[in-house]
Structures are given as C-alpha cells and as structure tokens.
Write a protein that binds this ligand. Structure first.
Ligand code: ADP
Ligand code: MG
Length: 346
C-alpha cells in the first residue's frame, strides 16, 4: 500500500509563489493500477516527483509498501542516505519523452540502472535479456533508440524502469506522445505487467480514455488539490465535480449531444440524458416508460462503455407527452437506478 498524507509543495518564483500541491492525501492499494488525471499545471508531475523524492515536499508524509513512513518537515526529510536510495530503487518511472540514452543501445539503456548494484556482467546480461523478453523487444537488443518507433522506445523505458525489480511503477504521461495504436499496446503491456508481476502502477495522465482503459481507481487533480477520487466505474457513472464531468465527456461518445442540440432543428422541447449503471443496463426500461406513461421516447444517441468489465450505458433521447406523465416517467426511471439529466427543457 502507498499512503500519502497532507502533502504540500510550493515553488517560490521571483514574482510569485506557485502552490503545486495543496494538502494532497491518497491511499493506493498494493498491486492496483491507480490513475491520476488533471489538466496541465494541476500538479501531477510534482506529485510523482515527490513520490520518488526527486522533489522534496514542504510537508506531509509518504509511506510506500515495505518501507518506513517518510515525513517532510519544512522541506527536510526524516530519512536520508542509504535508506532513501533503497526506497528510490523500489520505484520505477517512465515519462512522456522516454528519456533514453541516444548513444547507447537498447541493451545498455536497460542495463544502465544495474551498473552499481554489484551484479556480475553475466548476471546483468541475464536480467536484461529477461526484461527485453518481457517487453517483447528481444530482437532489438543491439539497436539504438533512433531506430525504434515511439511505442518501442517506451517499451525500452519500461524495461529499464523494471530493471531493479521495483514494487511501484510511476508513469507520467507515458502514452501522451504516442499514436492511438502504440498507446493501446503500451497500456496492454502495463496491464500485463501489473498482473504478471503484481507491481503497483500509478498512471498520471490528462486523457480520460487512458484511465478508462487501465485504472481501477482514479483521483482528479485541479490546482494542486485532489478534488474527487474513487472507483473508476463509480466516477464515470456519477461524477460530482464539473472538471470530472468534462474529463468524462472527453472520453464519451455521448459528448456530441451539445452539438446535436445546438445545430439540429429538433422540434422536441425536452431532451434528456439517461445513464444506465450495472444495475439497470440490461432492462427494457425505455419501452416500459413509453407504454406505461404514454410518452414517446425518441433515441438520438446511445452508447455502451465497458469499464473494468462492467457495462455503463448512456442514451440521449427526446421525450414527448404530457408534463405530468413525463415527470412520473422520470421518477420511475430514478427508482430503477437510471440517472436522468435534463439537457433541454423549453
Ligand atoms: P502537471 O504535471 O499537472 O502539468 P506540474 O506538477 O508540472 O503539473 O506543475 C504544477 C504547477 O507547478 C504549475 O503551475 C507549474 O508551473 C509549477 N511548477 C512545476 N515545476 C516547477 C518548478 N520546478 N519550478 C517552479 N514552478 C514549477
Ligand atoms: Mg506533468
């Protein structure tokens, strides 16, 4: 488990102070894939840099599975030297721009962190070969980074990050520079590694589609604060904060609804968005309300997402009928665990 408590970090610039982390507390279970999402400047990179102590928080504490709790007091840690190096070694990190050594081969890049670990040449070679197998790059052992695609470069970076058998892998926008296909293959690889090695993965991203594909839990960051956190499915089904809704819209086929409403001459005066969660997604609710309440339901957009293998459905529809009947139909939908949001009501 990783336990982050009351983390604060302010950068002091010439003309201003930037509070990059503002009382951040999070708990991440061992072996979990945990997503942290936020727009640029939210404080995500500062948080991961604090997690492996590339950056020293001003205050707060971090406890990482198997190590004693580290506390910062006015930017001074209660642990240093060998203990801190050991802790750092148990955390691997990958970045948006791979950070590979361009003049070294794939083999040398992956072997680099093993340099001063006391392993023999033969042991290092064996370890690196195993890692290259793991990321499916055995045939690129003596190739230079410039000869690799973006996805392959990130695979090298992943192998390098795993070289010291870390317990935790921090991924800071690791798919943000990749095309959709490479992104998918890297996310699949990370999922695979998570299952095979039981490694805890913290995925920092500004893309909700990444969270949806890979994470079990998510924290949403804004202006240095965690503004919302929870199970990814629950957050998608029932986002509380405006910023979370925006992120979800960016990963949902139903986000076209605004344009649809704006640009089409839709005669209907009432347009609703219905969200069907795992408790209601399979039932014939639409035909039932249409029959029982004598209203016409015209489906304009519909979509089913799978999040952590659970279905989440959405429908945008117009409703025609008597006001009283529509009101009763909406009340009925609410009792069936269908969330109803009125998008337009003239
Ligand atoms: P994110 O990764 O979410 O884009 P960052 O953690 O990089 O956010 O940045 C959070 C805030 O802290 C931003 O306003 C950024 O400009 C500022 N910041 C980050 N690193 C530094 C630094 N080394 N010096 C000064 N300000 C910084
Ligand atoms: Mg960043």
């Amino acid at each position: 488990m990783i336990k982050i408590e009351h983390l604060d970090k302010t950068y002091h610039l010439k003309n201003a102070n930037v509070r990059a982390l503002n009382d951040v507390s999070l708990q991440i279970d061992k072996g979990q894939i945990y997503g942290i999402i936020g727009y640029s400047g939210a404080g995500k990179s500062t948080l991961v840099r604090c997690l492996n102590f590339l950056e020293i928080p001003d205050s707060g504490s971090i406890e990482i599975q198997g190590f004693e709790k580290i506390t910062s007091n006015n930017g001074v840690l209660n642990v240093k030297g060998k203990k801190l190096r050991e802790l750092r070694r148990s955390i691997g990190m990958i970045f948006q721009h791979f950070n590979l050594l361009d003049r070294s081969t794939v083999f040398d890049n992956v072997a680099y962190p093993l340099k001063y670990t006391g392993l023999s040449k033969a042991e290092i070679e064996k370890r690196v070969d195993g890692l290259l197998d793991l990321v499916d790059l055995a045939d690129k052992k003596y190739v230079y980074p410039s000869q690799l695609s973006g996805g392959q470069k990130q695979r090298v970076a992943i192998a390098r990050a795993l070289s010291n058998n870390p317990k935790v892998l921090l991924s800071d926008e690791a798919t943000s520079a990749l095309d959709p296909e490479a992104t998918e293959s890297i996310l699949n690889l990370l999922k695979d590694l998570n299952q095979k090695l039981g490694i805890t993965i913290i995925m920092i991203t500004h893309e909700m589609s990444v969270i949806k594909t890979i994470a079990k839990r998510v924290a949403v960051m804004e202006d240095g604060c965690v503004v919302e956190q929870g199970d990814v499915y629950d957050i998608f089904a029932n986002p509380k904060k405006e910023i979370t809704k925006r992120f979800i819209d960016s990963a949902s086929a139903l986000s076209n609804v605004d344009q649809l409403v704006e640009h089409h001459t839709i005669s209907s005066n009432r347009i609703v968005k219905l969200t069907f969660t795992r408790d209601s997604v399979g039932s014939a609710t639409i035909s039932k309300i249409s029959r029982d309440y004598k209203i016409d339901v015209n489906i304009m957009l519909a979509n089913v997402d799978y999040i952590n293998a659970d279905a989440l459905g959405g429908i945008v529809a117009s409703m025609e009928g008597k006001d009283e009947d529509i009101k009763n139909a909406i009340e009925y939908l609410n009792t069936c665990s269908v969330k109803v949001e009125v998008i337009k009501h003239v």
